[in-house]
Design a protein around this ligand. Structure first.
Ligand code: DGY
Length: 324
């Protein structure tokens, strides 16, 4: 029997690879980097399905280069790297990996929030430098978290999870988005407020909206001007929701107090000035990076591919309309 050919565009955790190998001939990019565009287009020519990353652009040119394609599984929940309309026009199903990375990403948002508010990275660097001469009342004091106001922009799966994790900190929770979230209201007494009210009243603002034309540069100079001078912004969603140059200006001019960023407008490029600011903590897009999440993402993506190869609707289908 002829086995279907699958490309995995960069090494992922083994559970998903093993699952695919049980039914398919699998080619994996073993280089410790993303494929170049030329490499990707060359490698998809004879493939029946592709397990790709958020760094791979899945667009008309990609589909032109892969005439046998029966499906593409994104190893990510966000799918702004995929031209969904184009895939649907060509009848190619797409899938993503929701749910299995919700808590991991929410934890990362908290990790960044704590790191900035309690100045963890800055004080760690100081201690390692050998300059610490003993306890001091003014050393590395920060604003603290308990009792403050947390603003969640986008109360979907990850935003809600982050909000619910605030339970132990006696916080006031505001949220804004497309619709009310009854769980947040019942469990936390959270308040659904207009975006600008959230911006003006929050001590911490955490972003959890997908990257769309409407969310591009949702945070730019005019919004930073309205934030509290003591406020801290956290982004574990997509970089271009923030206009990075404007964020740098806002941080440098003291318009806001700090930022914790896991994602960047022009990844992997990070606006240079951000790297020299002490009130900024930067991580390399590792929000979903727990062992369990990454393993589960690999299994979910593999299962989606196996379904697509059988012409079945994958469980996490992004364009289900093509099966109607
Ligand atoms: C996603 O899943 O969209 C994250 O950005 C990477 O896991």
């Amino acid at each position: 029997m002829i086995r279907p050919k699958v490309l995995i565009t960069r090494e992922i955790p083994s559970p998903g690879i093993e699952l695919l190998k049980s039914e398919c001939d699998v080619e994996i990019n073993k280089k410790d980097r993303a494929l170049t565009r030329e490499e990707l287009l060359g490698m998809v020519k004879d493939k029946d399905a592709v397990l790709c990353l958020l760094t791979d652009k899945i667009d008309a040119e990609f589909f032109d280069a892969s005439p046998k394609l029966k499906g593409v599984a994104n190893y990510a929940v966000g799918f702004d790297n995929m031209d969904v309309k184009e895939a649907s026009l060509r009848g190619v199903p797409l899938s993503n990996t929701p749910e299995v990375l919700t808590e991991a990403t929410a934890e990362m948002a908290w990790a960044l929030l704590f790191s900035v508010a309690r100045r963890i990275v800055e004080s760690d660097i100081f201690l390692r430098s050998g300059k610490w001469e003993g306890w001091g009342p003014l050393q590395y004091v920060g604003p603290g978290i308990s009792g403050k106001t947390l603003g969640i922009v986008g109360p979907g799966r990850i935003g809600s999870s982050m909000a619910l994790m605030s339970k132990g900190f006696n916080m006031k929770v505001l949220y804004s988005g497309n619709r009310k979230n009854s769980i947040l209201e019942e469990e936390l007494g959270a308040e659904f407020v207009p975006f600008m009210r959230l911006v003006k009243e929050s001590d911490f603002i955490s972003l959890h909206v997908p990257f769309l034309a409407e969310t591009k540069h949702m945070f730019s100079a005019s919004v930073f001007r309205e934030m509290k001078k003591s406020s801290i912004i956290i982004n574990t969603a997509r970089g271009a929701i923030i206009k990075e140059d404007d964020l740098l200006d806002a941080l440098m001019s003291g318009e806001i107090a700090g930022a914790g960023l896991d994602v960047y407008e022009f990844e992997p490029y990070v606006t240079e000035g951000l790297k020299s600011l002490k009130n900024v903590v930067l991580t390399p897009h590792t929000g979903s990076g727990t062992i369990k999440s990454r393993d589960d993402m690999s299994i979910m993506a593999a299962e989606n591919i196996l379904a697509m190869l059988k012409k079945e609707k994958p469980l996490q289908c992004i364009n289900p309309e093509i099966f109607e």
